[in-house]
Ligand binder design. Structure first.
Ligand SMILES: C[S@@+](CC[C@H](N)C(=O)[O-])C[C@H]1O[C@@H](n2cnc3c(N)ncnc32)[C@H](O)[C@@H]1O
Length: 214
């Protein structure tokens, strides 16, 4: 087994890659495509599915967090912890920091904590159980990087936009936001200069929006 020393990045640690490989090979989404293609939208009905980011999106999260020296990051949502693992690796390699996660489904939050523990990265995380529209209301100080990787809601504004409106004032100038699902009202928000972001779409997983807080 590789021993994690103070100079060994988690990205060079077999434990990290074992956990990522396990999550990547596990069922990412159900055969019917999940809540976007089904009338069943209750997150509790999907406890066995991660709906996780792709590893290349995780690599980008890690690279960007290292580049900007991120020490305080947050995510909506955590699920079983794929994105959290990359954030936590960056916090660890930046010399310390905190990943504030959010997850509505207790079984998924518990799975994320087990995965982070298995990778030796739990200590850099604070996964808040409950509705992110409540749990991310007070992030305790400016945030360097935010992931908006949400869930289809009902009628009205997307959850991505609702959470973004709550966290946007808490992101520091020069901070970054990544969005995985390209919700139309969310894209309208970050691409409208009046809202204080500069934004572009990256060709990852069919479109990953990256936005800079001006
Ligand atoms: C796309 S997944 C997140 C994947 C995660 N970023 C990863 O890479 O593994 C979306 C998650 O949002 C959770 N969720 C849905 N509504 C929520 C809410 N209102 N507050 C917090 N979490 C919610 C779902 O249970 C689901 O696990």
């Amino acid at each position: 087994m590789t021993v994690l020393t103070s100079s060994t990045s988690p990205l060079l640690d077999a434990r990290f890659h074992q956990v990522i490989a396990g999550l990547d090979s596990a069922h990412r989404r159900p055969a019917n495509g999940g809540p976007r293609n089904s009338s069943e939208r209750d997150p509790h009905a999907y406890i066995d599915y991660g709906f996780s980011i792709f590893p290349e999106q995780g690599d980008l999260i890690y690279l960007l967090c290292r580049t900007i020296g991120a020490r305080r990051v947050a995510e909506f949502a955590t699920s079983i912890g794929m994105s959290t693992l990359y954030f936590a690796a960056a916090m660890r390699d930046n010399g310390g920091g905190l990943v504030i996660g959010s997850e509505l489904v207790p079984e998924k939050a518990a799975a994320a904590q087990r995965n982070l523990e298995a990778a030796g990265l739990l200590q850099w995380t604070d996964i808040r159980l409950g509705d992110a529209r409540q749990t991310l209301r007070n992030l305790g100080g400016p945030i360097d990087f935010m992931l908006i990787d949400g869930w289809p809601g009902g009628a009205g504004p997307s959850l991505a936009l609702q959470v973004m409106e709550i966290v946007a004032p808490q992101i520091r100038s020069g901070g970054l936001v990544m969005n995985d699902n390209g919700e139309a009202d969310y894209l309208d928000y970050v691409r409208n200069p009046a809202n204080g972001f500069r934004s572009m779409s990256l060709p990852l997983k069919g479109g990953t929006e990256l936005s800079l807080k001006l």
